[in-house]
Design a protein around this ligand. Structure first.
Ligand code: Z5A
Length: 217
């Protein structure tokens, strides 16, 4: 695995809709990298740092939605700001691999492309929270909406759906379209992965796509 081009560490993000299998694939990739001798940090958004985890609780409770789309976007941005400063930037500076479950593409997809939040606001928040800290590679896990929702419902059991799990089929379809558009617009960074396959097959596709992305200019 080529890492000499990345003295700052390697930043890998995972994106996708409900039940697309991000957490499962992050765990598999982290185990494989660790076996390969890499020093790996696994984290997530919203959350990932103590301050951001508090905001995660607020957001997923649905309070942010009550405040309106712009205010909810500010909550995600505040969480990301803390997470980047407290966890991601220090880990990359130490030369570690950072595997993050969701990052700024989630804001672009959920709040921007689907939620209709003003583009100028989104760009300002992105500049303030992450600056030029873009992921080296982003895996966008793509599954049909009904497959993702079936998986998420089975995993949730009798628990109540959270703020995003409770959204409509149309919302989740628009989200899938948004992620496909992001992947098409940034092919050097984003890899669209067919995640409607068994977990080991998806993991193999991710592993084989990784080296080429890390060495591309
Ligand atoms: N959000 C936002 O709006 N704006 C932002 O800026 C950010 C986030 C950062 C956070 O939800 C919500 O916040 C999210 C977007 C929004 N909303 N939604 N929906 P979260 O963190 O609570 O959950 P999530 O990110 O959506 O992930 P998830 O639903 O937990 O799913 P996942 O991590 O992608 O999947 P998984 O846990 O790996 O797998 C789900 C189930 O499927 C589980 O039982 C697995 O065993 C099973 N699975 C996994 N892979 C497979 C395969 N290949 N085949 C069969 N079954 C599988």
């Amino acid at each position: 695995m080529p890492t000499q081009d990345h003295p700052r560490g390697v930043f890998v993000t995972f994106e996708g809709g409900e039940g697309s299998g991000k957490s499962t694939q992050i765990k598999l990739l982290a185990e494989r990298l660790a076996r390969d001798g890499r020093d790996v940090v696994v984290t997530r958004e919203p959350g990932g740092s103590p301050g951001a985890e508090i905001l995660r609780h607020v957001i997923l409770s649905g309070v942010g939605k009550l405040l309106g789309a712009e205010a909810e976007t500010l909550l995600f941005a505040a969480a990301r700001d803390d997470h980047v400063r407290a966890v991601i930037a220090p880990a990359l500076a130490r030369g570690q691999w950072v595997l993050c479950d969701r990052f700024f593409d989630s804001t672009r997809a959920y709040q921007g492309r689907v939620g209709g939040v003003d583009r100028a606001l989104m760009e300002s928040l992105q500049r303030v929270t992450i600056g030029d800290l873009k992921p080296d590679v982003t895996f966008i896990l793509d599954v049909p909406v009904e497959v993702g929702m079936r998986r998420a419902t089975a995993r949730r059991g009798a628990a109540a759906p959270d703020r995003f799990e409770a959204e409509t089929i149309a919302f989740h379809q628009a989200l899938r379209d948004a992620y496909q558009a992001i992947a098409a617009a940034e092919p050097a960074r984003c890899v669209l992965i067919d995640a409607d396959r068994d977990a080991d097959t998806v993991a193999a596709a991710i592993w084989s796509a990784l080296p080429a992305r890390l060495t591309s200019p």
